[in-house]
Design a protein. Structure first.
Length: 105
């Protein structure tokens, strides 16, 4: 592992791609932010709807003696929580790296 780090440090010090500054053009920053916000908002709304429908399946399954429906509803609730956390984390990471690439820290 240390040999890999030494190699990466050596390459970074040599600047293998001279004059390269990765950056999105200024006009894209507004639309990119909107796309990220809308995607995250719609994804989180779908996760909430999935959780609500999962709880409805749990309630129907327990009240109608359909154990399979209740079990699937419990799985839906768990997966909607996981997907909501994943969407939130992914949005945060993408937005952070985008802002860092723009020099806005």
């Amino acid at each position: 592992m240390s040999q890999m780090m030494e190699t990466l440090n050596f390459l970074a010090a040599k600047n293998p791609i001279p004059g390269f500054n990765p950056k999105l053009p200024g006009p894209l920053s507004g639309p990119t932010g909107k796309i990220l916000s809308w995607t995250a908002g719609v994804g989180l709304a779908m996760a909430v709807l999935g959780g609500l429908s999962g709880w409805a399946c749990v309630a129907i399954g327990h009240n109608s003696e359909r154990g399979g429906l209740a079990a699937r509803g419990k799985q839906a609730v768990v997966w909607s929580l996981i997907s909501g956390m994943g969407i939130g984390l992914t949005y945060s990471l993408v937005w952070t790296f985008f802002r860092l690439s723009q020099g806005k820290g």
